[in-house]
Design a binder for this molecule. Sequence first.
Ligand code: AMP
Ligand code: MG
Length: 341
Amino acid sequence: MKTKHALAFLCAGACLIMSACTPECSESSLFAMDTYMTFKAYGENSTEALSQVTAEIQRLEKLFSVTDPNSDIGRINSSLGPSDVSSETAALIARSLEINKETNGAFDITLYPVSKEWGFTTGSYHVPDSETINELMKQTGSDKVTVSENIVTVSDGAQADLGGIAKGYAGQKAAEILKENGVTSALLSLGGNIQAIGSKPDGTAWSVGIKDPENTSQLAAAVSVCDKAVVTSGTYERFFEENGTAYCHIIDTKTGCPVQSDLLSATVIGYDGTLCDALSTAFIVMGQQKAEEYLNIHTDIDAVLITTDHRIFVTNGIFGDFSLIENSYSIIPLSTLHISH
Ligand code: AMP
Ligand code: MG
């Protein structure tokens, strides 16, 4: 139990529950994409594979960083028109625009002017007046971004921020590198994004902890997975308080304000880590009911949703691999429509 709690402390939302490293195992860590990352891989090529993973994540950070004026995103955001970017940045922006449509606007990479004003990314946290927010909201909207091959064009002062999706993409790319190197057993933690490669060396599933949003040094639950991403977004992850109100880093696309959600955390589990990352952010904005509606239609995605009134909604696809750790929550299986045939 002690180990679980210590590790839970290291990561943002979902956590690795790891055992001791055997001789054929490599571990590494780095700080990138504004988060502390830890990697563990098994097999003879694991050391070399993990050094490639580190290089890959640093390469992606150079493309996607919103605070680096020389990154692809930095160049898009300082341009008033078209920018020639890498095919990867263009593809990830195009994917983000699709997910914006699929989530009825809840996931929106163009909220950067607003989240910057609230102090997220700059550290100058404050509550802006409503006039300022309304003015800045005129610069937002995914319809102000177009992608054509490697050219990304923004209009009306729109700026992009891939903070809600980039770590999921990076985890997926890292998994590809490990597999190319013959690694069949690895677990990567990119903050709240966990990417499992294969199973544990003994063939059993990886156990990934989900933090208790009300006591983040403890786990609320755990899920067993092989080869999947387990991505958690939570209102507790990054926030500031002013006059007794907490303001979190996830912005409500309707109001331009930090979201007031009935979800404390949303964990999304699936094979597409990029989508899982975007959806976990979107579900916080959508709230429990809209997230449930989405999950009833998209049955290839699993989720664990923790509500402010102490309920944990679990999709049927992951129900058998879910275990409750913190008994003060009541488990609600998500709609019978979600049964796979
Ligand atoms: P995550 O931790 O994956 O939930 O992502 C949160 C980050 O995504 C924030 O720090 C912002 O960079 C960005 N973000 C905030 N609100 C939204 C939103 N509604 N849609 C997409 N990205 C957002
Ligand atoms: Mg996300």
